[in-house]
Design a protein around this ligand. Sequence first.
Ligand SMILES: Nc1ncnc2c1ncn2[C@@H]1O[C@H](COP(=O)(O)OP(=O)(O)OP(=O)(O)O)[C@@H](O)[C@H]1O
Ligand SMILES: [Mg+2]
Length: 326
Amino acid sequence: MGINKTEKQVLLDVQHLKKYFEVGKNQTLKAVDDVTLQIFKGETLGLVGESGCGKSTFGRTVIHLYEPTSGTVTFDGMKVDKRMSRKQAHELTGRMQMIFQDPYASLNPRRKIMDIVGEGLDAHGLAKNRKDKEEQVVRLLETVGLQAEHADRFPHEFSGGQRQRVGIARALAVNPDFIVCDEPISALDVSIQAQVVNLLEELQEKRGLTYLFIAHDLSMVKHISDRIGVMYLGYLVELADSEELFNNPVHPYTKALLSAIPIPEPEIEKNRRRIMLEGTLPSPINLGNECKFASRCPYCADRCKSAQPPLKEIKPGHFVACSRFC
Ligand SMILES: Nc1ncnc2c1ncn2[C@@H]1O[C@H](COP(=O)(O)OP(=O)(O)OP(=O)(O)O)[C@@H](O)[C@H]1O
Ligand SMILES: [Mg+2]
């Protein structure tokens, strides 16, 4: 956790971001549907929610791998959209990077680690010559806990954890300020997960990095996140400081997610009440205007069926989108 809470500076400002996909005749899939949030310099913002709720699409849109359907993304004062000049877009690819869930799928199997990690150095003209590039790649590998001899190997010669370290080295090569970590530990053995989280925390500390850390479940983001956002069907339903979210969850969906986390103390675990949500996750295609959570909410009232409640600050820094608080 990297941020000194007294000096919050906004690095990424996301306003009413929407990303829709046309998926068939007159069918619109609202993958991200009106998300507003800020990410502060040096912090880790955890983003959680079930599979398909739009976490990756959100991450990809903020770093401009996708053009938003509407809404704005502003990075360090710079508007991130298709009107950027080539120079600005190039600068942004250096400052914003992404680490992926499946490091094997995201690393070209036919290229050696030297080329995979060195690619960004070439693209951004960061190496003076071949020798300088090699030295920088070796330094990057050492930074992520690998060794010089690994540069000469192919991705399949590594374990999952090592491959994720290569993915991290590749992201670091261009010296970014901001990294979208898209479920970087979900595919790893539990014993390896903590090592990768520790590495990411150490790098954040040393390099002043800012993270958007995406995960399926709250237990994975608890320790690394300063704040946590909970997404449901493309919408942010709750956002708060990590501790506050765990101690005082407000949205019924957040409560359900929290109740699913096993408690390591057997006596307490025995009495843990798991909140089972009714129904299944609705399809994000052709959704109406009702609250996105209406079909599964135990408190659903008539007013919830006419409009999506906005995200409202119910106490300093704690936001929730639920008509019981609007
Ligand atoms: N390029 C695309 N074209 C059409 N639909 C897409 C595209 N990318 C994502 N989707 C759809 O958008 C929705 C959100 O997908 P997304 O991958 O962002 O979810 P996620 O929260 O990252 O899920 P997971 O936890 O499984 O990674 C899903 O219904 C998905 O099928
Ligand atoms: Mg995803």
